[in-house]
Design a binder for this molecule. Structure first.
Ligand SMILES: [Fe+2]
Length: 470
């Protein structure tokens, strides 16, 4: 039986099929922009089932109705091919089962199968990559790390496993180890956008904004061959650092030039755009007419419900664009989705997404007290909706703003104090603390917080070299 570049047996595969699988592995791990070339090869494949299986997973990761439809066709073809020629081996059967589970919306089962595959065939890097994606989509940081550990232990010859391991560590708040693992990847080859991404998360978690800007800017030349998700997302991370440095003009410039406009139909590009505009508005930036353009691409998504994490951002984008009837329609559809949720996903849809969606809609129309109440109800259930810690922080930031705007001073103060303990380098947090202390009559603390905010801003001004990092 033929073997791929990882030494894994592949049924009914000629040299071209093996080359295609090896190409896909390299391209997927590098977040390359040539994945369509693999799809074109898979479309013509007439014997090896793994090719259409992989194509099905690729299109499913698009989180779109067209992707679902295409995946159904690829999976049916893979199942037919698996019945002819050499019998599918256990690994291939696991791939078929995991893909069928994903297509059926049973993502608890697809994650479980992928986790078992990482144990049984840790050399199957794509199975691990998909497993980590399922873990990420469920907010299961421990599974994300467990899979990363398995891959890391069994693939010391592969440079990409360092960053896969690093991201699992970071999402489990093991920041020092995460950064060390990601830097190990770069010591082998600096062209690893997932390692850049893991380091961005580590620096963001520690509030090291200047370092984050300098580091990411030094790597941007390597992102030109990235797919739109990785390209726009790493630029999005750079924009987050700039926002926390009070350099919001530059962040808005990145939105226009790098974050929005690469592939406007793609869910990942859309949520990067929504999240960046929302964060800029939270810092008082007027984003002009930008919501309207994003909303054009969100409107077809009202009834999709691939993930609560995606849905909440779609809904907020529509709400900020003033698409009231679309928001009403999506809220009703979301409630129905939550009512029909399977047991494993009930917390994410019913306990988080429904109140959070109503809270975001209330916030967008200026009903801050109602937003604070509903978002407060959703916050304890946030992690299972999926996404990363940094991405989910958007909802916490909107909740905090709603608390401040509706005068829930004690609750806002507790959140801001915790934020400030975690990331004591952000001038905006200290300024907000100053405002709140003044409101609750603590003048001395207000003056101290304002002084610290000024010192930080001055520090960044010096080190910022007139707005640009040294
Ligand atoms: Fe990220």
């Amino acid at each position: 039986m033929a073997r791929d570049g990882q030494g894994l047996e592949v049924s009914n595969a000629n040299a071209a099929a093996i080359a295609a699988l090896d190409f896909l592995t390299a391209e997927w791990l590098a977040f390359g922009n040539r994945l369509a070339e693999f799809i074109a090869i898979a479309d013509k494949e007439e014997s090896c089932a793994l090719l259409p299986v992989m194509a099905a997973n690729l299109v499913l990761s698009m989180n779109s109705a067209e992707g679902q439809e295409a995946a159904r066709r690829y999976l049916a073809r893979a199942q037919a091919l698996a019945k002819g020629g050499e019998e599918a081996n256990d690994r291939e059967s696991a791939w078929l089962a995991a893909t069928a589970a994903w297509l059926a919306g049973e993502t608890d089962r697809s994650l479980a199968i992928h986790e078992a595959m990482a144990a049984d065939w840790p050399r199957d890097l794509l199975a691990g990559k998909l497993g980590q994606l399922h873990a990420f989509n469920r907010g299961d940081s421990e599974a994300l790390l467990r899979i990363g550990e398995r891959l890391f232990a069994a693939n010391q010859d592969n440079r990409y496993v360092h960053a896969m391991y690093a991201f699992g560590l970071e999402e489990c708040n093991r920041i020092d180890e995460a950064e060390a693992a990601a830097r190990q990847a770069l010591a082998i080859d600096r062209r690893d956008p997932w390692a850049h991404h893991a380091i961005a998360h580590c620096l963001e978690a520690r509030g090291k904004m200047l370092e984050g800007v300098a580091f990411l800017q030094s790597m941007t030349d390597t992102w030109e061959s990235c797919n739109s998700f990785m390209y726009t997302h790493n630029w999005w991370h750079l924009a987050l650092f700039l926002i926390d440095l009070d350099r919001t003009d530059e962040a808005l410039g990145l939105y226009d030039r790098r974050v929005w406009g690469v592939w406007k139909e793609f869910c990942e590009d859309q949520i990067n755009a929504v999240s960046l505009l929302a964060r800029l508005e939270l810092r008082g930036v007027d984003v002009g007419e930008r919501w309207a353009d994003v909303a054009l691409y969100l409107k077809p998504r009202l009834h999709e419900h691939f993930s609560p994490f995606l849905d909440l951002q779609y809904l907020y984008g529509l709400a900020r664009a003033g698409e009231h009837s679309a928001v009403t329609e999506m809220l009703a559809s979301l409630e129905e989705r939550a009512e029909n949720a399977r047991a494993f996903e009930r917390e994410a849809w019913a306990d988080c997404a429904v109140p959070a969606a109503h809270g975001l809609a209330a916030y967008a129309k200026g009903d801050f007290a109602e937003a604070a109440r509903l978002l407060g109800q959703a916050m304890p259930h946030l992690q299972p909706i999926g996404g990363s810690i940094a991405q989910r922080a958007l909802f916490g930031a909107i909740h905090l703003d709603a608390l401040m705007k509706s005068g829930w001073n004690d609750a806002a103060l507790a959140i801001l104090q915790a934020d400030d303990r975690e990331r004591p380098t952000v001038p905006w947090t200290k300024r907000s603390l100053g405002d709140l202390y003044r409101r609750v009559g603590r003048t001395e603390q207000a003056l101290a917080a304002e002084y610290q905010a000024e010192q930080l801003a001055r520090h960044y001004g010096q080190h910022g070299n007139g707005g640009k990092p040294t």
